[in-house]
Design a protein. Sequence first.
Length: 406
Amino acid sequence: MITTPGPRPGARPRVGYLVHSAAPSGAELALLRAARLWADQMDLTLIFGSAGLMPARFSDAGIQTLVEPMPGSASATRRQSGVLATVTGVASLLRYALQLRRVLKQGKFDLVVAGSLKSVVYGRLATVGLGCRFVWSCHDRISSEYLGPIAHLYSRFLPRVIDGVVANSRSTLETIRIGSLPALVCPPGVDVGNGAAARSVETSVRNVGILGRLSPWKGQAEGIRAFALAGQPDLRLHVVGGALFGETDYAASLQDLAEELAISDCVTFYGHVDRPAELLDSIDLLLHTSVMPEPFGSVVVEGMNHGCVVVATSPGGPAEIIDDGQNGYLVPAGDVRAMADAIRRVASLTAAERAAVVAAGRTTAKRFDNVLVGRSRGRWLAAMARGVAPDGVVGWAELSGQETEK
Ligand code: GLC
């Protein structure tokens, strides 16, 4: 796979980063936070498959950004589309790979990184024979539950034709057969400064939140059911997030559900909120409700950083963040009753008990400080581009140690 000697010693490596969607989902938001820190580590170009909010935010942050538009059917291919749609989708992915190849050739990249399941396919095709290294930054757990039969291709075949993997958690990495490939476990970082404002935990729990894009596997419906079942008349539920990938029927069904459960007076739906920090500051209890194992769950760390008590579903990334009963609470994925119990439990904590969980959560959030995490990711990618990344798995903390010595 590795065919070039890499950049001249001393020169910043040239890195092209492929992002297929312009929507502000977790992986892209985390990439923006990290990429702002990479100017001295690499010469970075973001290559988006569609125009919109995220390309604009990257270029506003001073990061070189190109939009190479994907044809409609390539961008529309979804995880669970039918056979015909898949065939058409694959054909247009191939066409797009050819189109992209011209751009990548001009960019003379030492390394191309693909940040999504779709871009890793067209990106790999587009880079064949270009003499650059190719890395998959994986933000999804590769399971047949999540991806259907193509999970096998991603988990077993893809690692044979790429040069390295970045996974957002150990739980994600475990789903990929990496063999001896260089791999970095690197979670999304959080801007710890954002949540620094002290907040009072003297008053009782009032505001419960669910934050994230609306999708059936993210479990907002189960969260709403758990809230209703908890039967706490003083609580309000704030559902923040939009259907970023076309799941508008699901979004509408959530409002119907609240009505059916006779709690619509206590529930507010916000839709997508671009900068939810302020909202988080007023959330006392944050529910992270995914019914399938969450790959990482940035929202868990964001919530901790903003002083929320977090109740999240396990297994998956959140179980790598939360120590149950210490810095938050874990409940089994999809278990509405257990989540309702957890809501009642948090609502009945004394102010001192709640303050202790909040303080422990804030300490945890600091471990994910974007400056450490994001720089580690940049450092590893630059090493990949130079062909000097070690074989096997490296944790981000091992790389950030070098960083803090500066
Ligand atoms: C994806 C994952 C989420 C993770 C984020 C950043 O959105 O679903 O778990 O936090 O990427 O890595």
